[in-house]
Design a binder for this molecule. Structure first.
Ligand SMILES: Nc1ncnc2c1ncn2[C@@H]1O[C@H](COP(=O)(O)OP(=O)(O)OP(=O)(O)O)[C@@H](O)[C@H]1O
Ligand SMILES: [Mg+2]
Ligand SMILES: [Mg+2]
Length: 611
């Protein structure tokens, strides 16, 4: 790469200099954001950096915006469960949706430069010359990005091409300094995949027990810079994001219900996470979806369905809603756009091919621009990049090391470990699959080879791993992924100690209530590096279960017996006995009172008082 002297660079980006590692760093920490100012009186645009840029009047905090919008929606009755259910199918119109998902690959570097892939760091601190399209800079394909990309495509059942290419897609916008995006258009690296969605994935009930959505292709491409639009025509730009490696997953237009579309995006996120292809979910901006929506009349009376896509015929004119960043937004935007299109068509109008936008909580999509066609993009092979060659041996290796995918894991957890679908799905989605692994190792260690013990213990441990441990992680403020439930030896919840806790509980040596206390101590000790020896914790805190003698039961029973209640029971109100049992359980030490035994003792004393 040609070396560009700092002086020259400064003409392009105010205050920038070339750091040793090839990234462009803003000179002062004051320069937190780069603002692209509106057109100046001289008619030129200026880049300026100023941390003290006054926030224009009328700027509303994002959190407040969300709250206000949610309130408004509630008041309008939008988004209620009822509205959702009724909104999946329309009598006269058939909806068709195709989705493009952009997911950020789990790699340390950008796609064509060695600048670091970062999130939430100071803006404009990880930017290489090539990322800014500086004259003389050239792309250098970072081979490591292929590993997560191929893993993702394999998990989506795609065929991987051993040779693929990069192309330039031209458009002019400030978020793309080169004036084109490098993507794969003519020869993507993966094609012809599919994903199967089941009822428990949350598809519309009209789609039955399962539905298969075809994946046309998966391609690698660069991300754009992040634009933060402010009131007053000001746009803040963060070039840390420009050039980050993305995959674009393109489905066939085979989705016909809004909730199935949302379920698809959710499942892609879980799958990409499970195979370590991506690290960030929608909530952190690591995954974004564009939805393409069209409608056509079910009875075919008007010929407004002459469009075709990848062999799928008879489609209505599509519009595209870009950049959706939540599963709910996917569903809501589709419903709103479908309804808008129907309204236009029913009024005798025509749907234009457009790119549209959607804001959380709004009740309609809005036009952004006319849809660019392939001709507008002037796709061309990138002359600076050679073909991407992937050896069959690498593909085979990645296929063999994909691990158990979420669907297979859910089947194992429900059929072998007795979990409900809901618990199985929660387990699988936590800690990158590490929580489910921890659960299985714990149960296997206690149940041994017994299939029935596996079922009973599975249900017991499921509750502990999911809810009790889950509660503790939430409370401690640790992020679940930091907890590293992978039984790797330095896990924050040591597997062996957890297993002995469950064994003591199973053997009746400690009560359920005590076990919760011990788990908490275990967890806290583990965080602080203190001893996690369960037996020692129980011993030192005097927590072993000590069954009460019959005499102790009798004394406890007498202490709570109210003559009036006894009289009512003697008159035949037997239900009152359970009330007394409840009182005894409350009075006794932690979980020490066995309700069956308490009842026997109470009945005996009451019978005695009859004579
Ligand atoms: N008539 C239609 N109705 C609904 N969806 C459609 C229709 N035609 C195409 N699609 C969907 O639109 C998407 C098109 O994505 P593709 O990346 O091929 O083109 P693009 O939207 O022009 O590209 P980009 O947005 O990346 O510039 C696919 O998911 C496809 O299934
Ligand atoms: Mg696309
Ligand atoms: Mg598109």
């Amino acid at each position: 790469m040609a070396r560009i002297p700092p002086m020259v660079l400064r003409r392009y980006i105010c205050g920038g200099h070339i750091p040793t590692k090839g990234c462009l760093r803003m000179k002062t920490t004051r320069a937190r954001a780069t603002a692209l100012s509106p057109v100046t009186p001289q008619g030129t645009r200026l880049l300026h950096t100023d941390a003290n840029t006054a926030i224009p009047e009328g700027t509303v905090a994002f959190r407040k915006q969300l709250k206000d919008e949610a309130k408004k929606r509630k008041a309008e009755g939008l988004g209620s469960k009822k509205a959702k259910i009724n909104n999946q199918v329309l009598e006269k119109w058939k909806l068709t949706v195709g989705i493009e998902i952009h997911a950020q690959l789990n790699t340390p570097r950008k796609l064509f430069s060695n600048a670091a892939s970062t999130i939430n760091e100071e803006p404009n601190t990880h930017v290489a010359l090539f990322d800014l399209a500086m004259p003389g800079s050239q792309p250098k394909f970072q081979k490591e990005t292929l590993i997560p990309a191929v893993r993702a495509a394999l998990a989506l059942n795609c065929q991987i091409s051993t040779s693929s290419r990069f192309d330039r897609k031209h458009y002019f916008h400030w978020d793309q300094p080169a004036g084109y995006q490098i993507t794969q258009y003519y020869q993507p690296f993966a094609r012809n995949g599919y994903m199967t969605l089941y009822a428990h994935d949350g598809i519309a009930k009209e789609d039955g027990d399962e539905i298969r959505i075809g994946i046309k292709q998966v391609q690698m491409e660069q991300d754009t810079a992040k634009t933060m639009t402010q009131p007053g025509g000001i746009h803040l730009l963060d070039f840390n994001r420009v050039g980050l490696p993305l995959i674009e997953i393109i489905t066939l237009p085979q989705i016909h219900h809004p909730s199935t579309a949302a379920a698809f995006v959710r499942k892609v996120q879980i799958l990409l996470d499970a195979v370590d292809a991506c690290v960030l979910g929608m909530e952190s901006g690591g995954l974004r979806a564009d939805v393409n929506v069209s409608v056509r009349r079910r009875d075919g009376t008007v010929s407004d369905a002459g469009h075709t896509y990848a062999g799928v015929e008879g489609l209505g004119q599509r519009t595209e809603i870009k950049n959706l960043s939540s599963f709910k937004a996917v569903e809501d935007a589709i419903i709103a756009e479908r309804d808008r299109q129907i309204e236009v068509l029913e009024a005798g109008g025509k749907i234009e091919g457009e790119t549209r936008g959607w804001t959380i909580g709004s009740s309609g999509t809005r036009r952004l621009r006319g849809k660019e066609g392939e001709v507008d993009y002037r796709y061309m092979p990138d002359p600076e990049l050679g073909p991407v060659l992937i050896s069959p041996a690498l593909i085979e290796h990645l296929q063999n090391t994909l691990g158990v995918l979420p669907d297979a894991e859910i089947t194992i957890l429900t059929e072998e470990y007795g979990l409900t679908i809901k618990d199985a799905m929660s387990l699988v989605s936590l800690d990158n699959g590490g929580r489910a692994e921890f659960f299985r190792m714990a149960v296997d260690r206690i149940a041994g080879d017994s299939a029935s013990a596996k079922q009973t213990l599975g249900r017991l441990c499921g509750n502990w791993v999911l809810h009790e441990l889950g509660g503790l992680t939430l409370e401690s403020g640790e992020t679940a992924s930091d907890l590293n439930f992978d039984a790797s030896g330095n896990s924050l919840m040591p597997l062996e100690d957890f297993v002995s806790l469950i064994k003591f509980l199973e053997a009746g040596k400690i009560t359920g209530k005590t076990s919760k206390k011990v788990l908490r101590t275990l967890f806290e000790n583990s965080l602080s590096g203190a001893s996690t020896d369960v037996e020692k914790i129980i011993e030192e805190n005097d927590l072993w279960f000590r069954p009460m003698s019959t005499e102790e039961y009798q004394n406890l029973a007498r202490s709570i017996l109210d003559p009036k209640v006894v009289e009512q029971i003697l008159k035949g109100q037997n239900g009152k006995i359970m009330f007394l049992v409840g009182q005894m359980m409350k009075m006794g030490e932690d979980g020490q009172v066995d309700p069956q035994k308490a009842r026997e003792v109470l009945e005996h004393i009451i019978e005695e008082s009859r004579t």
